[in-house]
Design a binder for this molecule. Structure first.
Ligand code: TPP
Ligand code: MG
Length: 1059
């Protein structure tokens, strides 16, 4: 606390006030303003003084030349001065976001009038009075920062801090003696009030099962123990500091009233954590939303609206429970307020201009959100409960994972709104970065650079929010230039349990929301059984997001009325909690009773609204009973309107392009910035650009140039390209250099691929945060939004992709099958055994191949003319390991040339980036050329005794070893560039050239890794043969850490291949 206080104290004097002090002390030094024509006396302007005169002069001269060249405030000042403003009035301070000027009150009004025990010396200011005021300020600060500890958040009243423990935090240390005040309904007067102790957690939780939401540090109020109040101090009037708004229009209040208002603001059903935020402006903003008396009051109309929405939320769960009592639905009972909360958030956000909201959420209450927030037709939801046949392809998913997309009129604001709930797997929180990527993409395509039109809402469970690391990783994307979505509203359905686990066993942080503190998001804990408090918090959250475009968290402290799902027995594990839950009336009952008592609604109205909704459900139920099929397409979260229509699903556009285009892109890519004389680039880069230019002149490309040709040509065709990943701008291997940095000017950068053509599509290349899970998820979401974009994620080394395994398994490999949603995302995974040890060698090619959905026994022997596209159409993803820049270029372009979208997993090279032989000629890239799934042995017609198939970089090692051994006439080498789907036709065409050759597969990976286990049955089934293997033996670790061992293994592999 003392640290916080001193921090705020430093923040307090604004620049202006500092200048004022300076002006006073230096007012004898007049500002030298020769030949100035402004008439304002310098000394009268609070910010002018001797120390600033040179600066002012510079500003003035600059302003004379060009008024726009100076800051708007100077412009206004000089204008006013020139217009003859009266002394002291030329300067007009901008509207202040800082706290209002401190209150001015006659000191005499604050001096106590001789109450017993007070050292009041003739009404003079005494040390005691100053100390007491400081103590009051500290109390106010304590409430602001710690009031949430004692707010009444838990509807079950089992996990809050006990009143005594919490109270102690905020004011008790200032109170002298054992007094009881009528304003504190839960005052504990029994303890020694000087005793400052940490919190006895067991005391705080009546059931002893939950860790109370308190930290256990020693309260810093200790240092104020000498500032103590007696009961009779309660009526003393204290001046309010500028850091509080509890006074409304009043500048001073009796202590009793101060405490009461602080209690109202911070210790009722809302507990807000915000004092850790580093911005004084933002802290004040929240104080203004929490403190003014009566600020949370609601009118009758709003209350009726809340009641109506709460009725539908509760009604749906009751209806589902009635009709399908033994079906899992992960009901919302205990947190039905989520629905009115989300609706309020959406209404408010639309008022602020938001037109599209993308949501991610877990299982809890999902059906209710779809029905009552998104207004998905109830019959579609109900028919998911029947075991109906499906109308479209794919294996589908359980009903509480499916997505939806709906465009509708928001009746509250009369504006159209698009709502999408992104489909998600069971893996909790994994959808978070996907939602953010999708949101970012939508903002990008709409040109919504500040996130005013598109926003995301993420829902979380309490256990998942604090337990899953991806939450943290996603938070860290929230403020990065190429990843920000300009503020996400997070809602935690904090039912104080995760499946069967209590919070004290599932987290080490005081609150489940503490993870959000890392990004300075304000956190509103709110008792979910106080609907009006919840709705108020939603209003504030929406406004926060619209004002600051930063994340905010709403923690709905609630309970789970049933077990984890409807067929679970919670009494096995939480008997006391569930006894309490059974005694707790549903929120709807409590709120209807409250509104009836207040006279806002009548008993009959409550009944009517309930019955009306039941009728709606019943009608939809009847309709659903007639349904004969489920359409997965009804559950699509990212429709690509117009993309598939009118397209031949098997027709692929060509990928070769005009030589002139290659030349143009090549030259632009190899040129220094246009203002090269001023833009100083690194000398090494000059050489690299020159070498690139030479290659272009010679009609050749290396890996980086081939990639640039693919990106550039797509950009020319209006396809947005985005490349994201760790250090991708330069490239981990320093080969790419897409962003050129001025060597002496900070942040001066030039990106050649953004400057190819005046009408090209935008190119984004961005170094990402160091999170594979988060960033890959984000790029997947980005790729889902628009099919006409090439979105690439590059792993630093392919080895690290496994920290994003969940995105790969749950979304990329299976997304289309589960959710009929396509993605053309490209994964670039540097891969290859180069003696760099176990974690810099293998992208785990075998895993991707093992997850490919083609059947090794489904062998094709006759091939249609578009067999290649058919195969691509049917498979879940494409796995490739290209060996030439031209083929890399073609396969990237093919992603867009296809009439559908498939994820592409490419093993990319490391040493080949600079290998003199790993170059391609323009001849392999121009019009008429295509991606080669198999690159044949070029020396056709020889009578080879052996034909080796391989993939990727090892080809160059094999070719050299063959030459070294003089075996060019005996052994052919062919390359499998697209491994999956397995190009049966192209492999057959190659093998049929050498009917007597033995077929061998050579790979550098260990035998249980790499492509071997995937290709072996396919070769054998196609050729009715027994393909031989040359390569490393099986191993537990993907590569040795010993250079010596590595070289030995390479030699062995080459020997085996050419034996
Ligand atoms: C990554 C992951 N691990 C484990 C599970 C299994 N699981 C499903 S729900 C659940 C508890 C979630 O608790 P919470 O986040 O509080 O949500 P609640 O069910 O209480 O709404 C668990 C452990 C899962 N779905 N995903
Ligand atoms: Mg929970």
């Amino acid at each position: 606390m003392h640290r916080l206080i001193s921090r705020l104290a430093i923040n307090k004097p604004t620049i202006n006030s500092l200048m004022k002090i300076k002006t006073r002390s230096q007012s004898s030094s007049p500002v030298k303003t020769p030949n100035k024509n402004f008439s304002s006396a310098a000394a009268a302007e609070p910010f002018l003084n001797g120390g600033t005169s040179n600066y002012v002069e510079e500003m003035y001269n600059a302003w004379l030349e060009d008024p726009k060249s100076v800051h708007a405030s100077w412009d206004a000042f000089f204008r006013n001065a020139a217009a003859g403003a009266a002394p002291g009035t030329a300067y007009q301070p901008p509207p202040s976001l800082a706290p209002p000027a401190s209150n001015t009150l006659p000191l005499s009004s604050l001096v106590p009038s001789g109450a017993a025990g007070f050292p009041v010396a003739g009404g003079n200011l005494t040390e005691k009075i100053i100390d007491d005021h400081l103590a009051v300020q500290a109390i106010i600060r304590s409430y602001q920062s710690r009031g949430h500890h004692i707010s009444k958040l838990d509807p079950l009243d089992i996990s809050d801090a006990s009143s005594s423990g919490g109270k102690e935090l905020v004011y008790r240390n200032y109170m002298l003696g054992n007094f009881k005040s009528s304003i504190f309904p839960f005052s504990d007067t029994s303890s020694n009030l000087y005793e400052i102790r940490g919190h006895n957690i067991a005391d705080l939780d009546p059931l002893g099962i939950n860790s109370a939401d308190l930290d256990d540090s020693t309260p810093m109020e200790l240092i104020y123990k000498s500032y103590s109040f007696e009961e009779h101090d309660m009526d003393r009037v204290f001046k309010l500091p500028a850091t509080t708004f509890i006074g409304g229009k009043e500048k001073a209040l009796p202590l009793k009233e101060i405490l009461k208002r602080l209690e109202d603001a911070y210790c009722r059903s809302i507990g807000v954590e915000f004092m850790f935020i580093n911005s004084l402006e933002q802290c004040n903003w929240i104080r203004q939303k929490m403190e003014p008396p009566g600020i949370t009051n609601m009118d009758a109309e709003t209350k009726r609206l809340i009641l109506g929405r709460l009725t539908r939320a509760s009604g749906l769960e009751a209806f589902l429970a009635k009709k399908w009592s033994s079906e899992k639905r992960f009901g919302l009972e205990g947190c039905e307020i989520l629905i009115p909360a989300m609706k309020q958030l959406i209404d408010r956000s639309t008022e602020y201009g938001v037109e599209s909201i993308i949501m991610g959420m877990p299982h809890r209450g999902r059906l209710n959100v779809l029905a009552n927030v998104c207004r998905k037709p109830l019959e579609q939801i109900f028919s998911q409960f029947a075991a109906l046949e499906t109308a479209d392809e794919g294996s589908g998913d359980v009903k509480y994972h499916l997505g939806t997309y709906i465009e509708r009129l928001n009746r509250m604001t009369n504006k159209n709104i698009r709502l999408a709930v992104v489909a998600n797997p069971s893996h909790l929180e994994a959808v978070d970065p996907v939602v953010q990527g999708k949101t970012r993409a939508e903002q990008f395509y709409r040109g919504d650079n500040e996130g005013k039109k598109v926003m995301s809402i993420l829902l979380h469970g309490d256990a998942a929010f604090c337990g899953q690391g991806i939450v943290f990783e996603t938070f860290h994307l929230s403020d990065l230039p190429d990843y920000t979505t300009h503020g996400t509203v997070h809602i935690v359905v904090n039912n104080q349990i995760g499946f069967t686990t209590d919070p004290r066993h599932s987290r080490s942080s005081p609150y489940c929301t503490d993870v959000a503190r890392v990004v300075n998001a304000p956190i509103f804990h709110v008792n979910a059984d106080d609907p009006e408090a919840v709705i108020y918090v939603c209003n504030v959250a929406a406004e926060w997001r619209a004002t600051f475009h930063k994340d905010v968290v709403i923690d709905l402290v609630c309970y789970r009325r049933n077990g984890h799902n409807e067929i679970d027995e919670p009494m096995f594990t939480q008997p006391l909690m569930y006894r309490k839950i059974k005694q707790t009336k549903p929120c709807l009952d409590k709120y209807s009773a409250k509104l009836i008592t207040e006279g806002v609604v009548s008993q009959e109205e409550v009944k009517d609204v309930k019955e009306k909704y039941e009728r709606i459900c019943e009608e939809s139920y009847q309709k659903a009973a007639h349904a004969t099929q489920i359409k997965y397409k009804d559950w699509l979260d990212s429709p690509w309107s117009g993309f598939f229509e009118g397209k031949d699903p098997l027709k692929m556009n060509p990928t070769g392009i005009h030589e002139e285009t290659l030349r143009h892109i090549g030259k632009r890519f190899s040129s220094p910035p246009p203002n090269a004389a001023e833009f100083e680039i690194h000398k090494g880069l000059e050489r690299i650009l020159k070498a690139r230019m030479d290659m272009v002149e010679n009609r050749t490309v290396d890996w980086a140039l081939g990639e640039a040709m693919a990106f550039g040509s797509l950009l020319k065709e209006g396809i947005h390209v985005r490349l994201s990943g760790q250090d991708v701008e330069r490239g981990t291997f320093s080969h790419r250099h897409h962003v050129l940095h001025h060597q002496t000017v900070d942040k001066a950068k030039y990106t050649p691929l953004c400057n190819l053509y005046p009408d090209q599509a935008p190119y984004t290349v961005s170094n990402s945060s160091l999170s594979e899970f988060g960033v890959l998820g984000f790029e997947l979401g980005y790729s889902m939004t628009n099919p006409n974009a090439l979105v690439c994620w590059e792993a630093q080394f392919g080895d690290f992709n496994n920290t994003a395994q969940c995105i790969i398994d749950q979304f990329i490999s299976s997304g289309q099958a589960k959710w009929v949603r396509q993605s053309g995302l490209v994964l670039l995974l540097p891969h290859g055994m180069e003696g760099m040890g176990p974690e810099h060698s293998s992208a785990r090619l075998e895993r991707f191949l093992q997850m490919s959905s083609d059947d090794a026994d489904d062998v094709h022997t006759s091939f249609s003319s578009n067999f290649d596209v058919e195969q691509l159409h049917d498979i879940n993803w494409i796995v490739a390991n290209c060996s030439t820049p031209a083929n890399y270029y073609h396969i990237l372009r093919r992603q867009i040339a296809l009439p559908f979208r498939k994820p592409l997993i490419i093993m990319t090279p490391k040493s080949l980036l600079r290998h003199p032989e790993a170059r391609s000629s323009f001849d392999e890239m121009v019009t008429g050329t295509t991606f080669q799934r198999v690159i044949a042995e070029p020396n056709e017609g020889r009578n080879y005794r052996k034909l080796i198939f391989c993939s990727g970089k090892v080809y160059y090692d094999l070719r050299k070893a063959r030459a070294d051994r003089g075996l060019e006439n005996e052994i052919g080498i062919a390359r499998l560039e697209q491994i999956s789907p397995f190009p049966y036709d192209a492999v057959q065409a190659e093998t049929s050239k050498y009917p007597s050759a033995q077929i061998m597969w050579a790979q550098e990976e260990h035998k249980n890794n790499g492509a071997w286990t995937y290709v072996q049955p396919r070769f054998n089934n196609l050729l009715h043969g027994d393909i031989k293997y040359a390569g490393r033996a099986t191993a537990a670790s993907p590569a040795t850490g010993s250079k010596h061992q590595h070289l030995k293994e390479v030699a062995q592999l080459l020997d085996d291949a050419f034996a």
